[in-house]
Every structure is written in structure tokens, then in C-alpha cells.
Ligand binder design. Sequence first.
Ligand SMILES: Cc1cc2nc3c(=O)[nH]c(=O)nc-3n(C[C@H](O)[C@H](O)[C@H](O)COP(=O)(O)OP(=O)(O)OC[C@H]3O[C@@H](n4cnc5c(N)ncnc54)[C@H](O)[C@@H]3O)c2cc1C
Length: 61
Amino acid sequence: MALKVVDEAIQLHGAGGISQDTPLAAYWMHLRTLRLADGPDAVHRRQVARAELRKHTQEKI
Ligand SMILES: Cc1cc2nc3c(=O)[nH]c(=O)nc-3n(C[C@H](O)[C@H](O)[C@H](O)COP(=O)(O)OP(=O)(O)OC[C@H]3O[C@@H](n4cnc5c(N)ncnc54)[C@H](O)[C@@H]3O)c2cc1C
């Protein structure tokens, strides 16, 4: 979500949004890195799905 917000802010600022006149480009880079640094998004989604499914089954997931 944060990445989407920053991306939209960059768009609103036009080329200025990707210049070093605003911190937006740096924000985007740091936020994008976080989608990997703490584990890939896909792995987070899988963990959430397993936790939710565990609530509804006795089987080992
Ligand atoms: C800035 C930064 C800081 C980091 N700091 C740390 C740290 O402090 N401690 C630490 O231990 N590691 C750290 N990492 C490593 C980080 O956790 C790994 O880069 C991350 O887990 C992805 O592993 P990988 O790069 O080997 O990519 P891969 O494991 O090769 O993943 C590449 C892609 O494959 C897919 N994928 C991989 N595994 C699965 C899965 N199980 N299910 C579905 N899809 C999958 C995803 O699409 C993923 O984006 C850091 C990385 C960065 C960039």
C-alpha cells in the first residue's frame, strides 16, 4: 500500500517526482526493497494463508 501511495505521489509530481528535488524516489526504492528484505511478498502471503487455513482444519498444513 505504501508503495502504491508513493508511486501515485511520484506520478502527481511528474518528472520532479523521480528527481532528487523530492524524497519520493528514495522512498520508492526503500519501500520496494522491503518487499524482499523481510522475505518476498509471496512467502508472506503463503504464511498468512497457512495461519488462516489452520483455524479450519485438524490436518497439518
Ligand atoms: C536490503 C536487504 C536486507 C536484507 N536483510 C536480511 C537480514 O537481515 N537477514 C536475512 O536473513 N536476510 C536478509 N535479506 C535477504 C532476504 O530475506 C532475501 O533476499 C529474501 O528472503 C528473498 O530471498 P532471495 O533473494 O534468495 O530470493 P529467492 O528466494 O530466490 O526469491 C525470488 C522470488 O521467488 C519467489 N519465491 C521464493 N520463495 C518462494 C516461496 N516459498 N513461495 C512462493 N514464491 C517464492 C518470490 O517471487 C521471490 O520474490 C535481505 C535482503 C535485502 C534486499
